[in-house]
Design a protein around this ligand. Structure first.
Ligand code: ACO
Length: 447
């Protein structure tokens, strides 16, 4: 059997919403509303036996009334009706079925799920789900989810096995100033799984970073092959829950997943070149930096700081996260001696000391921007009466808006409310800013 190209899932031309509801509080209404407001330019067919009009679109009383074959059918009706809807959709040569409905293998209803998938596959269709919140694809664009209506477009793709957490992450990308290229809920992974999605995402020009939330793996060898291929081209970050005994039990009842031995998962991810994050916070911190930073030419990194203590912490963090600090002391001295006071240090951390103002910071930074020996820059510091929030804001805005630095540069600054306000304003401009130096350096380590 020849199955449709995965690109139709991300770039459909026609979509049916089976269970499009007249009731604004229902999932079927929300999905239709999101598809409509996402700027989808293809044909949309709401299906509901009651007919009528929803959101200004004529409703078909059955799939058979749709006047063309359809690329996608989103199904949001109770589990007992799903199989018949799948049969009808297959009669319209549907390419992908997005089954939102819960109540299948995750609660032991394995036979019904298998019956649906077998039927679909025997008719050349593939199934995403069931037990999912849908898919958002920036390439189309289409938001066929019941998550947030407001999505900021960007270059991070997220694949999630958890529905509610996925919806929450979708919202959090906005507060974390991360732009999405795609968001896919895989739920029970009855057919389409992470490997299929990676095949698309790896060649998708909108996607720069791929993040996955995984509870369990069904086809290990297939995933390993897809990950090895993906990480040659793009960074892949994975959060794998169910690490502990109790966590694994929770995963089994959530998505019916077998968590497996955690250390084996970690080793395999490492062999595939996947970066494993402990938490969503950590994964988002990495996504933020990886989605904006250029690729470094080498590993030589310099730390530029106005605070000795934070410089020491940064040096520790570099050792922890495998960031190589440039250590040719003679060269460092030649490069930076003109940019630091006599009582400062050029030994990397480059300590321009607490008396430094914005201009002195810039002077040291410009040396690092220019010299070929420096591959990446860690720009950190503390609030002082000389280097206030306004100085921080102006300095980083000037660097970023004028594209003064063509190398990876990461910022971590610590201070009071004025500094925090400056950091928030810089984040609003989609500049990755870190409050904690360990968080920042873990991101540059991952790069
Ligand atoms: N074809 C088309 N429309 C139909 C059909 C059919 N065969 N049968 C019923 N409908 C219509 C109904 O008339 C209704 O329309 P109306 O509201 O205008 O009257 C609409 O489809 C929806 O049907 P309901 O019976 O009202 O079902 P409801 O919307 O309450 O529930 C749902 C359906 C949402 C799929 C539910 O069964 C379910 O599975 N909910 C869980 C979804 C979920 O959580 N997914 C998991 C991941 S996300 C997460 O975890 C947060």
């Amino acid at each position: 059997m020849k199955f449709p190209d995965i690109k139709y899932l991300f770039e459909p031309k026609s979509i049916a919403v089976v269970g499009a509801s007249h009731n604004e509080s229902k999932i079927g209404y929300k999905i239709l509303n999101n598809i409509k407001s996402s700027g989808f330019e293809g044909r949309i067919y709401p299906v509901n036996p009651q007919g009528g009009i929803i959101l200004g679109i004529d409703v078909k009383k059955g799939i058979s009334e749709i006047p063309e074959n359809i690329d996608i059918a989103v199904i949001s009706i109770p589990a007992k009706f799903v199989f018949d809807a799948v049969k009808d959709a297959c009669s319209k040569k549907v390419k992908f079925l997005i089954i939102i409905t819960s109540g299948f293998s995750e609660i032991g209803n394995i036979e019904e799920e298998k019956k649906i998938v077998d039927y679909a596959r025997n008719h050349g269709a593939r199934v995403l789900g069931p037990n999912i919140f849908g898919i958002y694809s920036g390439a189309s664009p289409i938001n066929a989810t019941f998550g947030s209506e407001d999505i900021s477009k960007g270059n991070v793709a997220i694949v999630t096995q958890s529905g509610a957490l996925g919806i929450a992450m979708m919202g959090k990308t906005r507060s974390a100033h991360i732009g999405l290229s795609a968001m896919i809920s895989v739920g029970n992974k009855s057919d389409v799984d992470e490997s299929d999605l990676l095949d698309y995402l790896v060649q998708d020009k909108n996607t720069k970073v791929i993040m996955m939330y995984i509870e369990g793996i069904k086809h290990g060898e297939k995933l390993v092959a897809a990950l090895k291929n993906a990480t040659k081209k793009k960074p892949v970050i994975a959060i794998k829950s169910g690490r502990s005994k109790r966590g694994a039990m929770a995963a089994a009842s959530h998505t019916g997943s077998l968590a497996g031995a955690d250390s084996i998962f970690s080793d395999i991810m490492m062999q595939c070149g996947v970066m494993r994050a402990e938490s969503i916070e950590e994964a988002f911190g990495w996504c933020n930096f990886l989605s904006t930073a250029p690729h470094p030419k080498g590993e030589n990194t310099v730390i530029i700081t106005n605070g000795g203590g934070i410089g020491v912490m940064a040096a520790d963090a570099c050792e922890k996260y495998g960031v190589r600090l440039y250590d040719d002391l003679n060269k460092l001295n030649t490069l930076f001696s003109g940019a630091i006071p006599s009582f400062g240090s050029s030994k990397n951390p480059i300590d321009i000391t607490g008396g430094a103002d914005k201009n002195q910071y810039m002077q040291a930074l410009k040396v690092a921007f220019k010299d070929k020996a420096v591959d990446s820059i860690i720009c950190i510091g503390c609030e002082t009466a000389i280097f206030k929030g306004s100085s921080l804001f102006e300095m980083i805005s000037q660097i970023e808006e004028n594209k003064m630095c063509r190398k990876p540069i990461i910022y971590s600054f610590i201070g009071g409310p004025e500094f925090d306000a400056a950091i928030s304003s810089l984040k609003m401009k989609k500049i990755p800013m870190y409050g904690d130096v360990y968080e920042a350096i873990s991101a540059i380590g991952v790069l």
